[in-house]
Ligand binder design. Sequence first.
Ligand code: UDX
Length: 440
Amino acid sequence: MARMTVFGTGYLGATHAACMAELGHDVLGVDVDSSKLAKLEAGVVPFYEPGLEAVLQRNLSAGRLRFTSSYEEAAAFADIHFLGVGTPQKKGEFAADLRYVDAVIEQLAPLITGPAVIFGKSTVPVGTAQRLGERARSISPAGEELELAWNPEFLREGFAVQDTLHPDRLVVGVDRCGPGRGEVVAREVYAALLAEDIPFLVTDLATAELVKTSANAFLATKISFINAISEVCEAAGADVTVLADAIGHDARIGRRFLNAGIGFGGGCLPKDIRAFMARAGELGADQALTFLREVDNINMRRRTRMVELAREACGSLLGARVAVLGAAFKPDSDDVRDSPALNVAGQIQLQGAAVTVYDPKAMENSQAIFPTLSYAENALAACAGADVVLVLTEWPEFRKLQPEDLDGVVRSKVLIDGRNCLDPEQWRNCGWTYRGLGRP
Ligand code: UDX
């Protein structure tokens, strides 16, 4: 078993650290945020991710997992380092903000004195790994013995543990000019996964970086494709959900990621397609990705459409009471970064309605960024006296809602299903006005 560090203890880093310990490795998680470290050390995951807390606690107790804020300790502890810090969108620009990635290299590399491999996992613009490798070698006493490899991460929030321990594939980009230990070390670290015949692809650095951004760009495009078709369905009186089932049977198309609704959000897809466009422009290939601007536009238009539907339902938003079920960017997550649900709730409130939000897990995070919205303790309380109910995140508890549950609670029996996750017939049969996106 190997010893390794993981820099960054957000969704990506905390999951990677805990899961590497689960594989039997000795892992030291590193972060500059002492409040996060204190929680993790106490066995508490600072965000909602099903199954992760159990893995964390098991490996803390087994002594295979520890946390620190000390770079000196980290450099002395291991010669395998993973880098999983955030790469948010720059304020007022499309490009990725690489300050956290750069900061780890600037502080860690000077402390590395012998042969070592740093595996980048964060989503970065192509060319970053090459640049970081050169910089790290130039400021490290280890010099050419310090290798930088890129090992992109494809985990989905809500399935982070499963995706880390049973990924669809492993990709490792290695520096073809370096000492070439990246592949050998990755094979050691992931031996248990390779034994399960998980596909293992070794590439150059640029390809590994591009694999990640292309995968996210493809997923975003697939969602915007079906949302564009959904606009046509609305205009033509067709049903996009039936259409998606029908085209999804073609194995070349596939049904997954064809759910039309209020679109994609979260900490990855929106910022990643923008950073991808920005980077392509810098490389002189800007024409290649202009379609991603349209993917982004289609996606943002879904939010506006949802606000319009709410307005139509209420006559006017001024003075209307709107119940919003769901604030997280998707179910099984408490993440509200660029959440379509919260964005719609905010827009409706700003246009004069009284909006009450309920989400099973994302209340605290929502209150932190949108303190002016009202928040209810449960779905029924959110719907009390509502002129319209908006379902904006398809949590299982909202999918299970029955018309009878809300009948005596709302002021008007009007429901708009922003995720096409409820049965229109059932609600209409009980006297409700049901509207889905892209459905007649
Ligand atoms: C995504 C990628 O899936 C993952 O591989 C990558 O590592 C990180 O980015 P994540 O952000 O966790 O993962 O969420 P994902 O499940 O991809 O959903 C993204 C958004 O798309 C959500 O807002 C979701 O509601 C929306 N979505 C997804 C749709 O609107 N329709 C769909 O059919 C699928």
